[in-house]
Write a protein that binds this ligand. Structure first.
Ligand SMILES: Nc1ncnc2c1ncn2[C@@H]1O[C@H](COP(=O)(O)O)[C@@H](OP(=O)(O)O)[C@H]1O
Ligand SMILES: [Mg+2]
Ligand SMILES: [Mg+2]
Ligand SMILES: [Mg+2]
Length: 349
């Protein structure tokens, strides 16, 4: 099946959202940041990005039944003093659309914005088509001025068939060996994949795409590890013991968001490990786009049992602890090192 129409719509929607985020990352004010009920941060840019992607997809694909599984909703936004914030988001979205010249037939009202955001409440699942959106993945990185991503995927009958990942702060050239605070060169990458068609990367501000592939080394000494910058999101001590066991020499590269999947898909690093602390449940929008971007570039994304991630079960991923990403040659020895390190950690408690 071809997803050309959907890919064009997804690239347009994500590029508009990336422009909004770039504009806001420089200008973000203390009053633009709120705390959600789970204590995680959310900003006017997260809401603006979600509204833009939701609206643009519906404008680009008007004849399709629209279902969107997205991270944000208007409940936290409209809590105490939210009307003023909503007006700022509305202006921001209208400004981006006006400067792009898109959909100039209509100016969005605050009600339109709430409606566009709340379209994202779908439960997803194994039947039909569902868009899956993280309007800003790595909000903590976004607030620090570091890496973040706008991640959009399409699920068809429970399988991810398309993914678009905008990484506005990711350099166009390799970040191997770098730290996310000091990455040199021109930035702004858009990765995209359709099932069976490979992964491509283009600069966010141009349309000249190149095909990318994961680093296929089977030598752990040539491999490096990507992981979350935030120690609260992934157990750094566990990943450190795993890569040591495997024979990796390079220090870990800690960066925020699904930019890790993007950088891995073009071979900047070889391994991505994610081990949330006890009790955390992974959401599908944190991995759907990244997963197809890496898989179509020749990589593998599994849980600790070696099973592929199952995006068909609703808003959450039900996983056997942890997410393991690497190339096909290294996966067996990496999974072995993962299991041994987990057992050692359990027996030392
Ligand atoms: N305690 C926790 N453990 C694991 N992941 C968490 C977490 N709290 C938040 N996250 C997720 O980690 C994502 C960021 O990933 P990373 O650590 O790779 O940058 C967040 O996405 P958002 O920023 O979209 O909320 C959020 O969904
Ligand atoms: Mg969040
Ligand atoms: Mg996220
Ligand atoms: Mg997010």
């Amino acid at each position: 099946m071809s997803y050309n129409k959907e890919l064009a719509a997804a690239k347009k929607a994500v590029s508009l959202a990336a422009r909004l985020c770039q504009k806001m990352q420089k200008a973000i004010l203390q009053s633009d940041v709120q705390s959600k009920s789970d204590k995680s941060p959310v900003t006017v840019a997260d809401y603006g990005s979600q509204a833009l992607v939701s609206y643009a997809l519906q404008r680009e694909l008007p004849s399709e039944l629209f279902s969107l599984v997205a991270e944000e909703d208007s409940e936290d936004l409209l809590k105490d003093g939210g009307q003023e914030t909503l007006e700022r988001i509305t202006k921001l979205v209208n400004d981006i659309l006006a400067s792009d010249g898109s959909y100039s037939d209509s100016t969005l009202s605050t009600e339109d914005i709430v409606k566009a955001i709340d379209c994202g409440k779908s439960e997803g699942g194994s039947q039909g088509r569902h868009w899956v959106l993280d309007p800003i993945d790595g909000t903590k990185g976004f607030l620090r001025g570091d890496q973040y991503a706008i991640a959009l995927a399409l699920l068809d009958e429970g399988t991810v068939v398309l993914g678009v990942l905008a990484c506005p702060n990711l350099p166009l050239t390799s970040i191997a060996g770098g730290s996310q605070h000091s990455l040199p060169g021109e930035v702004g990458c858009l990765f995209f994949s359709v099932v069976g068609g490979g992964t491509y990367m283009q600069p966010l501000d141009s349309s000249s795409a190149v095909k990318v592939q994961v680093n296929a080394t089977d030598n752990p000494e040539e491999a490096s590890l990507f992981e979350s910058y935030e120690a609260a999101h992934s157990m750094h001590d566990l990943s450190s013991s795993i890569v040591k066991k495997l024979g990796v020499k390079a220090p870990p590269v800690r960066i925020d968001s699904q930019a890790k999947y993007g950088a891995l898909s073009r071979g900047d690093g070889v391994i991505y490990l994610r081990f949330p602390h006890e009790g955390y449940r992974e959401k599908i929008w944190d991995h759907a786009a990244g997963c197809i971007v890496v898989s179509e570039a020749g990589g593998l994304v599994t849980d600790v049992a070696g099973n592929p991630l199952d995006f068909s079960r609703g808003r959450y991923l039900d996983l056997d602890t942890g997410i393991i990403v690497t190339n096909q040659k290294l996966m067996p020895s990496l999974l072995k090192a993962v299991r041994e390190s987990i057992e050692e950690k359990a027996s030392s408690l």
